[in-house]
Design a binder for this molecule. Structure first.
Ligand SMILES: NC(=O)c1ccc[n+]([C@@H]2O[C@H](COP(=O)([O-])OP(=O)(O)OC[C@H]3O[C@@H](n4cnc5c(N)ncnc54)[C@H](OP(=O)(O)O)[C@@H]3O)[C@@H](O)[C@H]2O)c1
Length: 418
C-alpha cells in the first residue's frame, strides 16, 4: 500500500493525480503509525511486566546512598509489613525517621532492628516514636504537632497505616465501613491537612506526601467494598490536592502508590463483617511481591518525584492495564470469575442461603444522635415497618424536602442537588 502511494505521486504530472494519491499515502501512513504504536506499547508492557511495575516506576533509578540524607520521614503503620520495610530502607538512605502506629513496643522493636542493622551509622536519636490511632481522626492535629516537635521538621509524610477487609458488603455492618474509611482515608487527609502549613514553610522541593493506596482503589474487588472505596478516595483527594499545590506553587510533591498483593500481614489483620480479624493469609498475599522489592520501588518513585506508581506481580498488573484501557471487556471477565475468586479467598462456597447478615444496630444508633430507647437486634432488612419507624422515615423525607426547598430558594434550581 505504501509503494502504491509513492508510485502515484512519482508518476503523476498533473495535480488531479497528486490529489488522488494523497489519501492512499495518508492511509498507509496511519497504518504504519498504528503498527509502530502497537509494537511500542507491546515492548513497554513487556518491560513493565518484567519489572512488576508501571513504566515510569520501572525506569526510576535506585536511590543513591544517602539519597535522603537531611530529610525527616514520618511513616504511619511502621510497626509491620510495608511501613516497617520502608522505615528500614529510608534509614539506609540517610533519612531520620518518625515511626507511628498503635503498638509502641512493636515500633521500638523496629527502631532497635534498624539501629542494629546499620552498624553504627544510625543511632537511637535518629528515630523517634509517636504512637497514634488512625481511627481517632480528631487526634491527628496533636499527633502532627508531636511529630514536628521530634526533629523540628517533617519533610516526607508516608500515609501507609491501614487495614483491609475480607467480607461481603452484604455481610458487613456500617460501623465497619466507617472504621475502614477513618483508618484508610480520613486519617490520611487529616494528617496531610495538619502538616501542609508546616510543609509550605519548608520551601519548594523540601516536602512530599507519599500515600500507600492500592490497585484495589483503581477497581472494585469482591470482599473489599469499604477498603476499595477508601483507597479510591485517597487517590481522588490527593490528585486534587496535587493540582491545588501546583496552582499555588508550593512545591509540595504528592506520590500515590498502588501496590497489588504484597507479602505482609495485611489479610491476616483484615476485618470481617462483625469487626473481628480474618486471621488467614489468603493465597494472593501468600504469593505476593516481596515487601523488600515493593519498598525499593516506592523509594525510587519518591526520589524520582513521580506522581503515581503501580507495583504488582505481572499476573495482577496485566489485568489492571487491561481494565484501564478496556474497562467494559475486563469488567465482564471479572464478573464471570468473581464467584470463584471470592470462594477461593474465603475457603468456602457462597450463596444467598449462606449469607450471614449482620446483627447491626439501627442506623440511628450509629450516628452521633442519642440511641433509640428501644434498640432492636433485628437486621435492618428484616425489621418490620412499625408506625414509629414509618414516622422516622417521614421525618427524614420532610428534612430532605426542607433542604431541597432551601436549595431552590438560594440557587433558583434544584438540578445541582441531585
Ligand atoms: N500488603 C498488600 O498486599 C497491600 C496491597 C496494597 C496496599 N497495601 C496497603 O499498604 C499499607 C500497609 O499494609 P501492610 O501490607 O504493611 O499491612 P500490615 O502488615 O497489616 O500493616 C498495617 C500497619 O498499619 C498499622 N495500623 C493499622 N490500623 C491502624 C490504626 N487504626 N492506627 C494506626 N496504625 C494502624 C499497623 O500498626 P499497629 O497494629 O501497630 O497499629 C501496621 O503497622 C496499608 O495501607 C495497605 O492498605 C497493602
Amino acid at each position: 500500500m505504501v509503494r502504491l502511494g509513492f508510485d502515484l505521486v512519482w508518476e503523476a504530472d498533473d495535480m488531479r493525480m497528486l490529489i488522488r494519491a494523497a489519501p492512499t499515502l495518508s492511509l498507509a501512513g496511519v497504518g504504519a503509525a498504528a503498527i509502530f504504536a502497537v509494537s511500542l506499547a507491546g515492548v513497554k508492557l513487556a518491560y513493565c511486566l518484567l519489572h512488576s511495575c508501571d513504566f515510569a516506576t520501572a525506569r526510576a533509578r535506585p536511590v543513591p546512598k544517602d539519597g535522603f540524607k537531611g530529610k525527616v520521614v514520618w511513616i504511619t503503620g511502621a510497626s509491620s509489613g510495608i511501613g516497617k520495610e520502608l522505615a528500614k530502607q529510608f534509614a539506609a538512605k540517610g533519612a531520620r525517621l518518625i515511626l507511628s502506629s498503635r503498638r509502641r513496643e512493636a515500633l521500638l522493636a523496629v527502631r532497635s532492628d534498624i539501629v542494629a542493622a546499620s552498624r553504627g551509622t544510625v543511632q537511637d536519636e535518629d528515630i523517634k516514636v509517636v504512637t497514634l490511632d488512625l481511627e481517632h481522626v480528631d487526634s491527628m492535629r496533636d499527633c502532627t504537632r508531636a511529630a514536628i516537635a521530634s526533629f523540628g521538621k517533617v519533610n516526607i509524610l508516608v500515609n501507609n497505616g491501614g487495614v483491609s477487609q475480607r467480607c461481603l458488603a452484604r455481610e458487613s455492618m456500617l460501623q465497619l465501613d466507617k472504621r475502614i474509611t477513618m483508618t484508610d482515608f480520613t486519617s490520611h487527609i487529616a494528617l496531610a491537612r495538619a502538616l501542609l502549613p508546616h510543609m509550605h514553610d519548608q520551601g519548594a522541593g523540601n516536602a512530599q506526601i507519599i500515600n500507600i493506596s492500592s490497585l484495589a482503589g483503581k477497581c472494585g474487588i469482591g470482599l473489599r467494598s469499604g477498603y476499595c472505596a477508601a483507597k479510591a478516595a485517597v487517590l481522588g483527594w490527593m490528585d486534587a490536592l496535587r493540582a491545588e499545590e501546583a496552582a499555588l506553587g508550593t512545591g509540595v510533591k504528592i506520590l500515590n502508590v498502588c501496590p497489588g498483593s504484597v507479602s505482609t500481614q495485611i489479610s491476616n489483620n483484615a476485618l470481617m463483617g462483625d469487626g473481628s480479624k480474618f486471621g488467614v493469609t489468603d493465597p494472593n498475599i501468600a504469593t505476593g511481591l516481596p515487601v523488600e522489592y515493593c519498598c525499593e520501588r516506592v523509594l525510587a518513585a519518591a526520589y524520582a518525584e513521580l506522581e503515581e506508581s503501580w507495583i504488582a506481580r505481572p499476573q495482577e498488573l496485566f489485568p489492571f492495564y487491561l481494565y484501564q484501557y478496556f474497562p467494559f471487556w475486563m469488567r465482564r471477565t471479572m464478573l464471570k470469575n468473581s464467584r470463584a475468586t471470592i470462594e477461593r479467598t474465603l475457603g468456602k462456597k457462597i450463596s444467598m442461603a449462606t449469607l450471614v447478615l449482620p446483627t447491626a444496630l439501627p442506623i440511628t444508633q450509629m450516628s452521633s444522635r442519642p440511641a433509640s430507647p428501644n434498640p432492636t437486634t433485628q437486621t435492618p432488612s428484616t425489621r418490620p415497618i412499625t408506625p414509629q419507624t414509618a414516622e422516622r422515615g417521614g421525618e427524614s423525607l420532610r428534612h430532605l424536602s426542607w433542604i431541597r426547598e432551601r436549595h431552590i430558594a438560594s440557587r433558583g434550581s434544584a438540578s445541582t442537588l441531585y
